[in-house]
Design a protein around this ligand. Structure first.
Ligand SMILES: Nc1ncnc2c1ncn2[C@@H]1O[C@H](COP(=O)(O)OP(=O)(O)OP(=O)(O)O)[C@@H](O)[C@H]1O
Length: 270
């Protein structure tokens, strides 16, 4: 479903602030696969998701989604394939519009203007049913401005809206990191439910190694703009958080040394 080849991106090239955020990333994610992404700070996790979403044009490499080369497409052109949920629960929805209006906008994603339909009674009933399934009591607040909801409620709705028209690709960028533990757990439960039931192809960045191991079919680890570990389901089940921490420690030690050593390290992990 997603095929990334030789993807590179350098920010502020040629200046003192030059950052090689992605350095030749190769990654293939099959349809229905849920991949969790961990990595060191600044290793390029969000940049990888941004590249898939079309936030910028890469310096080198290609990205294909469902067989279409989207490398030169802008983000709005890819919106029909890609849904995103960000860390900030206040992005992705319009605060002074109601829950129903926000849901209606989300349901029209990727449709041509001529096909756009009004927010009629039948649609309201559908949205009510969807919102009720979140089990947050929001079905009685369909006309409340979304800005009046808590961060957790809003993020649950943002997630619901992201999957309402099932996307080819769902990108989750630390989407529970800004929530309190209880809300984060609720949103993770919904994530599992939506991705599982919809058999969605999903990439989720997380800083929680436990989350990374417990969720999804595969975990990749990034470091300095490269994928340095690719852990399949069978291995995920056997690994514990301590094992991942050991690997990060090894990286930290390698950091003092050379790229060649990092390559050796990668070979050793595979
Ligand atoms: N638009 C941009 N302009 C300049 N530099 C950027 C831009 N986006 C990302 N970077 C830099 O690229 C590198 C990779 O950033 P990215 O956000 O992808 O890392 P990350 O792995 O998601 O990090 P973290 O875990 O800390 O959130 C960092 O050094 C970051 O400062």
């Amino acid at each position: 479903m997603i095929v990334i080849k030789g993807l590179s991106k350098t920010f502020n090239a040629g200046s003192v602030n030059e950052v090689r955020a992605l350095r030749g990333v190769d990654l293939a994610v099959s349809a229905g696969q849920f991949v969790t992404i961990i990595g060191t700070n600044g290793s390029g996790k969000s940049t990888l998701l941004n590249a898939v979403a079309g936030a910028f044009r890469p310096d080198a490499g290609t990205i294909a989604i469902d067989g279409h080369d989207v490398t030169s497409q802008k983000d709005f052109q890819r919106a029909k394939y890609v849904s995103r949920v960000f860390q900030n629960p206040f992005s992705g929805t319009v605060p002074n519009m109601s829950i129903a209006e926000n849901m209606h906008m989300a349901s029209l994603r990727g449709r041509s203007a001529t096909l756009r339909l009004g927010l009629n009674r039948r649609r309201r009933a559908q949205y009510r049913e969807r919102v009720a399934a979140l089990e947050m009591g929001l079905e009685d607040r369909l006309d409340s401005p979304i800005g009046t909801l808590s961060g957790g409620q809003r993020q649950a709705l943002t997630l619901l809206m992201a999957v309402m028209t099932p996307p080819k690709v769902l990108l989750l960028d630390e989407h529970t990191a800004a929530l309190d533990p209880k809300s984060a757990a609720q949103v993770i439960k919904l994530t599992e439910q939506f991705v599982g039931q919809g058999r969605l192809t999903a990439m989720m960045v997380t800083h929680s190694m436990r989350q990374a191991l417990e969720l999804g079919h595969r975990t990749i680890m990034m470091h300095r703009g490269q994928v340095i570990e690719d852990i399949p389901m069978a291995m995920k089940k056997r690994l514990g958080v301590d094992d991942l921490l050991d690997r990060f420690d090894a990286l930290r030690r390698a950091e003092q040394l050379t790229d060649d050593l990092l390559d050796d390290l990668r070979r050793a992990y595979l």
